[in-house]
Design a protein around this ligand. Structure first.
Ligand code: UT7
Length: 310
């Protein structure tokens, strides 16, 4: 039997901050942000909306979308680097609010690759028969660790949450292959002091190389060819990095997920948010072969090859 994503959910704050809004706050331009990153606007959570609030909303929708009840969930994994507090975990906070009375709960830290790490962990618990249904949430309130005086980072990030329920799916469908990796030598390129500190050029080079290699690797591990891939969902950090991975797979523009222009880089939330919009707008359909690939601080990376459907 295989494991796959049987329900998904999303939550983004209602407040839109455009590039024009940022032009008023710092020495930047809409032109620079669009051409260097592809970002046009991002969502920023209000003071009274913390990480757990977004995680809760996305998780509640994912459970409903999966046709399950909160008590059916056996494990909750929340990937985030911006928890409400160091402890208790966001996972335990939403366990209570959701009413997932039978679930174990923990957070995991793998930065922007966190959702990939969560889904792979969930897959193994489901396939081992330990838990029937695992809830995985990727969520960030990056605005609270962003230095709004630093134009190098402040223009890039946004807040949001995406969630998925991982359960048994029918033969041939679900997660076909995966790759996870880390290289701690690059930890000084992207980290949090009080605020996010980033060596953009180094992260850019790493991301272009690693996203392409990981995408190719999961396709091979699944016993497939590049030509078999219907759709690519790269971490939504920068359109130029995303384009490089699309070109590596030889896919046309319309076969790559793109939401970075609307939400900026939402770290662990970016891949499930993009997948959510792709499903809602009919770009991903049952039996499509999709490749999800992310990278982030650590440095970390992760990729999945999935045959979509229950
Ligand atoms: O989820 C993982 C998180 N991180 C990433 O994915 C980041 C990966 N890196 C990137 O996306 C890109 O490196 C950036 C978008 C961060 C920067 O783009 P770049 O093409 O690598 O620009 P750069 O760092 O080489 O900077 C070019 C210039 C610099 O000016 P000088 O030194 O050439 O005079 C910067 O000071 O652009 C300047 N600059 C800005 N100008 C206007 C940097 N940020 C801004 C800004 N507005 N917001």
């Amino acid at each position: 039997m295989g494991a796959g994503l049987i329900g998904i959910g999303k939550c983004v704050p209602s407040q839109v901050v455009t590039n024009a809004d940022l032009e008023k706050r710092m020495d930047t331009t809409d032109e620079w942000i669009r051409t260097r990153t592809g970002i046009e606007e991002r969502r920023i959570a209000s003071d009274d909306m913390d990480t757990s609030d977004m995680a809760f909303a996305a998780a509640e929708e994912a459970i409903q979308n999966a046709g399950l009840k909160p008590e059916d969930i056996g494990l909750i994994l929340v990937a985030t680097v911006t928890p409400d507090r160091p402890f208790p975990s966001v996972a335990t906070m939403i366990q209570d609010r959701l009413g997932c009375v039978n679930a174990a709960a923990m957070d995991l830290s793998a930065a922007c690759a966190g959702f990939m790490y969560g889904v792979v962990t969930a897959k193994h618990f489901v396939e081992a028969g330990t838990y029937k249904h695992v809830l995985v949430v990727g969520v960030e309130k990056l605005s609270k660790i962003t230095d709004w005086e630093d134009r190098n980072t402040a223009v890039l990030f946004g807040d949001g949450a995406g969630a998925a329920v991982i359960s048994e799916v029918s033969e041939g469908r679900g997660i076909l292959s995966y790759e996870l990796g880390a290289d701690g030598r690059g930890g000084n390129h992207l980290y949090q002091e009080q605020y996010i500190v980033m060596n953009g050029r180094e992260v850019f080079k790493f991301a272009v190389r690693q996203m392409g290699e990981s995408a190719v690797s999961v396709i091979e591990k699944a016993g497939l060819e590049k030509e078999d891939v219907d759709y690519l969902i790269p971490h939504q950090a920068n359109i130029r990095i995303m384009e490089a991975s699309r070109e590596r797979l030889g896919l046309p523009v319309e076969k790559m997920s793109k939401s970075v222009h609307k939400y900026g880089n939402t770290s662990a939330a970016s891949i499930p948010i993009s997948l959510y919009d792709d499903l809602a707008e009919g770009r991903v359909k049952d039996d499509d072969i999709i490749v999800l690939v992310g990278f982030g601080g650590g440095l970390t990376w992760g990729a999945l090859c999935i045959k979509w459907g229950k």
